[in-house]
Design a protein around this ligand. Structure first.
Ligand SMILES: [Zn+2]
Length: 230
């Protein structure tokens, strides 16, 4: 019998409502939050680090923190492949790390070519840290596991990269999420691919991810509350 647990799409920029799926809609600050989204995360992306001031960012995230639909800060992080000044990216990221700690929300992270700084800046961090769109090497994955990160897997999982598949094989199921990000791809296909690569039945993966989700986000939202959005 198929698991009754819903699919969890941990990070999406699309508003589609696939059946039996819980979508965590990602709101890119300074865009506002769409009224019709039952759950959302919000953060200042490193690409947009110069769009608003740190004070404005703090006010916005503090306001979101009292919205029952708000589940996480992000995506935020570092991207050293873009032209936005590193110092500014770090300042904006650090502010969101502090807010995540003070307001007690998990972080959803974007990281490109900035792993050393990301690990250093989040080293002492106490709320959950989830890397989105992850497709790193086995060596990097070992370091990130040691540093307590969670991994959200998306369209990169479908590309058949043997390098990434080696990395995926060592991530405990309790540290895995799935996401569609901006891709027009049903979330169940990503679940199917991850289940296949790990050699486990799909219902087991659904159970596992739902349990991790409830564990990380359930402090603010009881399981009943979460499933009522499906
Ligand atoms: Zn995204």
């Amino acid at each position: 019998m198929e698991s009754q647990k819903p699919y969890i799409n941990l990070h999406t920029h699309r508003k589609d409502c696939a059946e039996h799926t819980l979508n965590l809609f990602n709101c890119l600050i300074p865009e506002g939050v769409p009224e019709d989204q039952p759950l959302f995360s919000a953060g200042l992306h490193p690409w947009h680090a110069d769009k608003i001031s740190l004070e404005q960012l703090t006010t916005l995230l503090t306001t979101y923190a009292s919205d029952p639909r708000f589940l996480a800060i992000g995506e935020t992080g570092l991207d050293y492949q873009v032209a936005v000044q590193k110092e500014l990216q770090i300042a904006v990221f650090m502010r969101q790390i502090e807010l995540s700690r003070d307001l007690k929300f998990p972080l959803i992270l974007h990281c490109v070519k900035a792993w050393e700084d990301l690990i250093r800046l989040t080293h002492q961090h106490t709320t959950p840290k989830i890397l989105h769109g992850y497709n790193g090497s086995r060596e990097l994955t070992i370091r990130l596991l040691d540093n307590g990160f969670y991994f959200s897997l998306g369209k990169q999982t479908m590309q058949g990269s043997s390098k990434f598949e080696k990395a995926l094989s060592i991530i405990p199921l309790s540290r895995i999420f799935c996401e569609t990000d901006d891709a027009d791809l049903p979330i169940h296909l990503i679940y199917q691919q991850v289940a296949k690569l790990r050699g486990i039945p799909l219902p087991d993966l659904k159970e596992e991810i739902f349990s991790t989700f409830s564990h990380l986000f359930g402090k603010r939202h009881s399981q009943e509350n979460i499933t009522s959005h499906v």
